[in-house]
Design a protein around this ligand. Sequence first.
Ligand SMILES: Cc1cc2nc3c(=O)[nH]c(=O)nc-3n(C[C@H](O)[C@H](O)[C@H](O)COP(=O)(O)OP(=O)(O)OC[C@H]3O[C@@H](n4cnc5c(N)ncnc54)[C@H](O)[C@@H]3O)c2cc1C
Length: 304
Amino acid sequence: MTEVDCIIVGGGPAGLSAALVLARARRRVVIVDGNRPRNRATYMSHGFITRDGTPPMQLRELGRQDLEQYPDVEFRWGEVDAITGEDGDFVATVRGVRGGPSGQVRARKVLLATGVLERLPEVPDLLTYYGSTVFSCVHCDGWERREQSLVVIGENPELINTAKRASQWAEREVVLTNGSGVADGGARASLAKRDIEVIDTPIAHLHGEQGRLSAVELSDGTVIEATGGFVQPEWSLPQVVLDLVPTAGDLGGVKTDEYGRSSVPGVYAAGDIRGITPSQLIIAAGEGSRAAIGLNNDLIFARF
Ligand SMILES: Cc1cc2nc3c(=O)[nH]c(=O)nc-3n(C[C@H](O)[C@H](O)[C@H](O)COP(=O)(O)OP(=O)(O)OC[C@H]3O[C@@H](n4cnc5c(N)ncnc54)[C@H](O)[C@@H]3O)c2cc1C
């Protein structure tokens, strides 16, 4: 069985950044990634200094390349299905993907960087446009949608805040609750101050070509012209995280201290998994660095 100082679960910006810091701290690390980045739907990622516009997979490839010169870091394609044990002696069960090896890894510490699972509203054709002209994060993709007619689609109350944020970029904006009726009178009145209309009629079709949205058709036949928009997803945490940090689901994310320590000794967390707002690649990378420093400090100070 492979034995390391730390297993990192997830090889997105949070996990890769943590791996780099731990590598440079002379730690033995296995980083395991299932290759399902949250932003895989999109062609370009924005807002990461020096990498604005880089494709998501390329950003990760660059991160993996950074690790190559450090002999004590091993990157594996795989899914961590279970983690047992306690601080100082965890055992992770890895199921290989993309040709990666299956097996167990023994680790003194665990750093969770799995990101979140995302569920979009059940709107016909939405996936065709998601990541091309319809997005979930205004600070990531608002600039390309600036001064356009936008729709903001969602079925949970956070939709209202997303709609308010989108107004910074939209020229004209319509909120579509897809029959959920999630906007109460107060929310409607508040949005009306900026001439944002809320419509509850269910969505029948999205129209457009090659991922470029042109209109939304409602079930009563109304057609709303729009060249893009935002959608309000719902998020959940992977089961392996909920099994290891039982309080994670209740709190809307894995709560940690400022060095990424969770409530479970020896388990650290970084990136979207700590709470989805704000979620950015550069924030995830920064949190990975911070948690790696916390983890390394804990290993060092335990010697004294
Ligand atoms: C459509 C879209 C567009 C976006 N655009 C931008 C943008 O332009 N700019 C920006 O800054 N942010 C953008 N974001 C947000 C950004 O993608 C996230 O904030 C960022 O990816 C979070 O990084 P992370 O490392 O925490 O998680 P992720 O990037 O989601 O990486 C987590 C990794 O962990 C792996 N994993 C999960 N469970 C396991 C397991 N059990 N075993 C092994 N591996 C596992 C997954 O396969 C995945 O590869 C966008 C998000 C979306 C949805």
